[in-house]
Ligand binder design. Sequence first.
Ligand SMILES: Nc1ncnc2c1ncn2[C@@H]1O[C@H](COP(=O)(O)OP(=O)(O)OP(=O)(O)O)[C@@H](O)[C@H]1O
Length: 268
Amino acid sequence: MTPHDLVAPPLVSLRNVSKRFANGTLALQGMSLDVGEHDFISFLGPSGCGKSTALRLVAGLTRLSSGDMRWSATPAGTVAGKIDRDLGFVFQEPTLMPWAKVFDNVWLPLKLTGVSRDAAAPVVHQALEMVGLSRFADVYPRELSGGMKMRVSIARALVTRPRLLLMDEPFAALDEMTRIKLNNDLLSIWREHRFSVIFVTHSVYESVYLSNRIVVMAARPGRVIDEIRIEEPYPRGEAFRTSTRYNAHCTAVSQALHGALHGVDIDH
Ligand SMILES: Nc1ncnc2c1ncn2[C@@H]1O[C@H](COP(=O)(O)OP(=O)(O)OP(=O)(O)O)[C@@H](O)[C@H]1O
């Protein structure tokens, strides 16, 4: 047996995946990517480079136009009406039900699979504990800050214990301090629970801080132009954020991103 045999297969593999919308827009062209167990991958690139489209393709929220996508256990989409994707999704907006208490918002994915409120209670409480909101199960979303609402959204995405967490600019609307705190908390939850993450962001700094792999994308058509590995140990904290190595990674990623912007019309 060679060391290679011991490597777990990718959780999900994209091969030469393209997406053209009905209006003719080629949102994504020829994307190939293997998402490994316990990867933290960021999709980084300018507006319109297909980051959200790629995430939505992985989630099964939109269909690919050509290419191939496979999950390690089950080829995606082979069972009519029941796609076996083991994932949670966090959007930029927390998208909570305003009329339902925090507990019921987090229970929702389990409720949709037929798990009763009582049976779900232990895992809902565990998910709330994971995001530091144990004491807020009985309040309504309107009583929470923006950062706390996002924590509820993360708890809801993790309540089914998915192997892959997809996050579409989850912290973009938050203030800097809240964002830093959520970055740190997300990293410790990810390290403890060992799922994989694909994280869409516009921020070089955020992508370097969080990820072990950064997929740099360019627009028109949306495509991958580079992948950069951030070979730095976790946990990452203030010492890493203020280190010269962190700065060097940010410079390298900025340069790759500059390449992504080269030749792209700036229309704003
Ligand atoms: N439903 C749709 N129909 C037609 N075109 C679409 C649709 N969704 C996205 N697009 C187009 O596909 C391209 C990629 O969009 P996408 O939202 O994936 O980019 P993005 O990198 O996530 O951008 P942003 O950073 O601004 O969110 C854009 O040109 C966009 O206008």
